[in-house]
Design a protein around this ligand. Structure first.
Ligand code: PHE
Ligand code: ZN
Length: 890
């Protein structure tokens, strides 16, 4: 492990254009698992844009052995350059020249999975954000755009396929054993988009004819046995390509688009130019091994990476502070795509839910940062839900403020103005503003300020004048480094529901919102000041406000809804997001009341009104089963921590158990009936991951798992039956999930069968590892320990680590938070071990501790000790930065 204590903080304000440009790079790879040689020729020239004249060429480089440096044909002696463990300095290089650097690597020993490494024996690379410097010495920064020519040489038998970005220029035999392939990418790109893949691979071929009639070869590479499972990803790719043409007028620009799927990959996928590299979990799918959710994720990530070709690759980031320029925008685009492929309402609910469950806690914790951060120590720590999902919401709000037509004009201008450049979030907003005429000056603060804004609402009805007065206030809580906040521009979707659940026509007292939404039944109020008042006329008495419709802004809504108002919204709101939200608030209300009872050792009772509401929604067969399933799902305890800190973990755990068990006891018939009905809707159809089938399966799954919560034999029998009849992975997982916490012997039978059946299929075993790790019960900790010894488990594979240890830490609330601290110690142990081999896996686990200061005192003390101990040791920059932040101010 390299010494990291000297890691410096990078500041956004320090940006300087590079002193030298490298418009052209020629690389040669002589591949070997233990001794790869990389030769790069950098054609450099002084940057005319940089006034400060620096004669030194400074290159980044680490984790490799420098063999040779040649400047303009002359071999340099070590005295003629300066080498540190992070940089190579070449003094007095003149105005322009060619620098050739030769280095040696051992890809087989690369456990970080950054740079050049081996995944199941196949050479592959991962360069974003700063992995290219582990491949060669190079000015590794995203504003350095170069044309790459790459020659790969390797053994013909071991490495029959050798790929890199762009077009294949030449290939052939070198001698009896070795061959070569030369690739050339015509598009200048930052080195983080470089990719190389080599191995014994098979390929799934297809073609796509672009809107202008060009033929593009589509190729998905994997090992032979996986090829049939690439078909769904291929179809998704074609859908994404067509969609980007139709919705954004974006055409693909190379003659070939390749995807390689890697078994060992830290993230989901990577958008390398013309050669995307995917985690195999996000490519491989067939009904026998992949669930509905897997199919959904595959479609959305395939689209996401493809969309990066324009938002990320053709137009890239000037520096890593601008990460959300490409990520927020591309997430927004993939969300739009998914909404159009599926059902808008359920897609939106899942986005809003994800944001609130995952991003809000980040924004409220020690690692809170703006969508465009001002500083970082380790950029790898900034691939966050703030940069991605909140970033997407910030784009979505611009879409709301501008409307589709002006937004598209802004996008067109952005593409036209900045194609081929490395730009900033400001450049994006400027294009939006210039094209639309809408002033976004104040809006920009969304990029600058961390923390989830709170929108307070006060509603007054004046019966005499029939006026309804809404007072909105805003406040963004302080976050580390940002004690004071400015007012934001917050679009608040709004409607009023009457007693029958119908929307009341809204008549403005004065023009308070933009014209397009005036005189409608729902409007978007724009909150710009600390406090603003909106008055509506001719409002009948007894209306209920529906606020923040469609999740119109990433804010916390503070409004004291009365319980009956929430029930009204949950049943009748025409906005599905708010119907869902109201039901979630009802759930939370019950949980909080039950937790209070637990704390005071009073008897537990679920309110009858809640039960009636739950039953009504369950039976409401006029509404989309997916929407019902989402609304009826109990909120995650982890998402409640911030609102109820110090969070009484045990009381809430008890509350949740009681709530689910009571639903099972009281509504057993209904739940079983709904299960039967939903299954019947699809029983005659062969499995397909369609929106419709998924919805029926999801509601059935929900009903089944709730009715199994009281361990009733007739319900467990339904799960048992579903499992043994299952001809697809979704049904099997639904059954296993429903029976997971049961004390019945059936459980063991199913789990044993499943593990045996899939023992040679790691991606499926991951599902089993996760189910085991999320079980309730006292023995789960011991079970997880045992499973780390399972032959299929390895700390080297990020998917395995996430499936077992990640699921335990992040999705098994009761076990992770055990009073004796054993859950924390287990995870801390693996953070420590993993940090030495793969910091990315380590920080994934470490993040489970992020809200520790808001936990109950017992939990807090144990967590503090675990974190302190971790910090005693030399850590990777990733873990070091995270630990320092989590332990600041204590
Ligand atoms: N840029 C990738 C994406 O969003 C994510 C990624 C980041 C992958 C860093 C690998 C390393 O799709
Ligand atoms: Zn991305």
């Amino acid at each position: 492990m390299i010494s990291h204590s000297e890691t410096l903080t990078q500041y956004r304000r320090d940006y300087r254009p590079p002193a030298f440009l490298v418009p052209r790079v020629e690389m040669i790879f002589d591949l070997d698992a233990r001794a790869t040689e990389v030769t790069s020729a950098l054609y450099f020239e002084r940057n005319p844009r940089q006034e400060i004249c620096c004669r030194k060429l400074i290159l980044n480089g680490e984790a490799q052995t420098l063999l040779e440096v040649t400047l303009n044909g002359t071999l340099l002696s070590p005295a003629q350059y300066h080498l540190t463990d992070k940089e190579l300095h070449i003094p007095n290089v003149g105005e322009r020249g060619v620098l050739v650097v030769k280095t040696r690597h051992a890809p087989a020993d690369n456990t970080e999975l950054e740079g050049l490494y081996l995944s199941s024996g196949i050479f592959c690379t991962q360069c974003e954000a700063e992995g290219f410097r582990r491949i060669t010495y190079f000015p590794d920064r995203p504003d350095m755009l170069s044309r790459f020519t790459v020659t790969i040489r390797g053994d013909r038998k071991i490495l029959p396929v050798m790929l890199s970005n762009g077009n294949l220029r030449a290939q052939g035999k070198l001698d009896d054993e070795r061959h070569f392939a030369t690739w050339e990418d015509p598009f200048p790109k930052p080195c983080y988009l470089f990719a190389l893949v080599a191995g014994d691979l098979d390929v799934l071929h297809d073609q796509f004819v672009t809107c202008s009639g060009r033929r593009v070869d589509l190729e998905i590479y994997s090992t032979k046995e996986n090829i049939p499972s690439c078909a769904y990803a291929m179809d998704a790719l074609k859908r994404a390509m067509r969609w980007d043409e139709q919705r954004y007028s974006r055409e693909y620009d190379l003659n070939r688009f390749m995807i390689f799927c890697a078994d060992d990959f830290n993230m989901g996928a990577m958008e390398n130019k013309g050669l995307n590299i995917f985690n195999s979990a996000l490519v491989l799918a067939d009904p026998k091994t992949a669930t509905d959710d897997d199919y959904h994720a595959i479609e959305s990530v395939i689209a996401h990476e493809y969309f990066h070709n324009w938002t990320g690759n053709r137009i890239t980031c000037r520096d890593w502070f601008q990460l959300s320029l490409k990520e927020g925008l591309t997430v927004f685009r993939d969300q739009q795509f998914s909404s159009e492929m599926g059902t808008e309402a359920s897609e939106r609910i899942q986005m809003v839910d994800f944001l609130r469950r995952r991003q809000f806690p980040e924004d409220a914790g020690p690692t809170a940062h703006p969508v465009r951060p001002d500083e970082y120590r380790e950029i790898n720590n900034f691939y966050t839900t703030t940069v991605y999902e909140k970033g997407a919401e910030v784009i979505r709000m611009q879409h709301t403020l501008l409307g589709e037509e002006k937004f598209q004009r802004g996008m067109a201008l952005y593409f036209e103005r900045h194609d081929g450049q490395a730009v900033t979030c400001d450049d994006f907003i400027q294009a939006m503003q210039d094209a639309s005429g809408v002033d976004l000056t104040q809006f920009k603060r969304w990029y600058e300020q961390a923390g989830t804004p709170e929108v307070g609402v006060c509603a007054d009805y004046h019966a005499d004048t029939r006026e309804y007065v809404l007072t909105l206030t805003q406040r963004t809580p302080p976050t580390p480094g940002q004690p004071e906040k400015k007012d934001l521009v917050i679009p608040v979707g709004f409607a009023l529901l009457d007693r029958d659940g119908k929307r009341v026509p809204l008549q403005q007292a004065a023009s308070q919102w933009d014209e397009k939404s005036a005189a409608q039944e729902s409007v978007t109020l724009i909150l710009r000041e600390k406090e603003q008042r909106f008055t509506f006329r001719h409002v009948p008495p007894g209306v209920v406000p529906s606020l923040l419709r469609d999740g119109s802004a990433p804010v916390r809504l503070l409004f004291d809804y009365r319980k009956e108002e929430l029930r009204h919204l949950a049943r009748y709101d025409s906005d599905p997001v708010n119907r869902w939200d109201a039901m979630q608030r009802c759930f939370t209300g019950e949980l909080v009341a039950l937790a209070q009872a637990a704390k005071e050792e009073k008897p537990f009772a679920l309110s009858e009104d809640f039960l009636t509401l739950y039953a009504a929604l369950l039976r409401d067969d006029r509404s989309d089963p997916m929407l019902r399933a989402l609304a009826l799902s109990c909120p995650d305890l982890a998402a409640l921590v911030d609102d109820y800190a110090p969070f009484e973990c045990n009381a809430f755990i008890e509350a949740q158990r009681f709530l689910l068990k009571t639903l099972a006891d009281r509504l057993q018939n209904d739940l079983q009936t709904v299960f039967g009905q939903q299954r019947a809707c699809i029983s005659a159809l062969p499995y397909a991951p369609t929106t419709e089938q998924r919805a029926h399966r999801r509601l059935a799954a929900h009903a089944l798992s709730v009715c199994c919560a009281n361990d009733d034999a007739s319900s467990l029998a339904l799960a048992d039956d579903l499992y043994w009849r299952a001809d697809n992975m979704t049904d099997a997982i639904v059954a296993l999930t429903a029976i997971r916490d049961s004390g019945s012997a059936l459980r063991a039978d199913l789990y044993t069968d499943f593990a045996r059946r899939w023992r040679d299929h790691p991606l499926v075993l991951d599902k089993w590892f996760s189910l085991e790790a999320t079980r309730d019960g006292d023995d789960v900790l011991a079970r997880v320990k045992t499973l780390t010894e399972h032959p299929a488990f390895t700390l080297k594979n990020p998917n395995r680590v996430r499936a077992l240890l990640g699921a335990f830490a992040l999705r098994n609330f009761p076990a992770f938070h055990r009073n004796d601290g054993s859950g924390y110690r287990l995870i801390a142990y693996y953070v420590d071990v993993l940090d030495a081999s793969n910091p990315h896996s380590a920080t994934m686990l470490l993040n489970a501790f992020r809200s520790w200061q808001k936990w109950d005192v017992a939990q807090r003390n144990h967590a503090f000790m675990a974190l302190q101990e971790l910090r005693q040791k030399e850590r990777s920059p990733e873990a070091g930065e995270l630990l320092d932040k989590m332990l600041a101010n204590v």
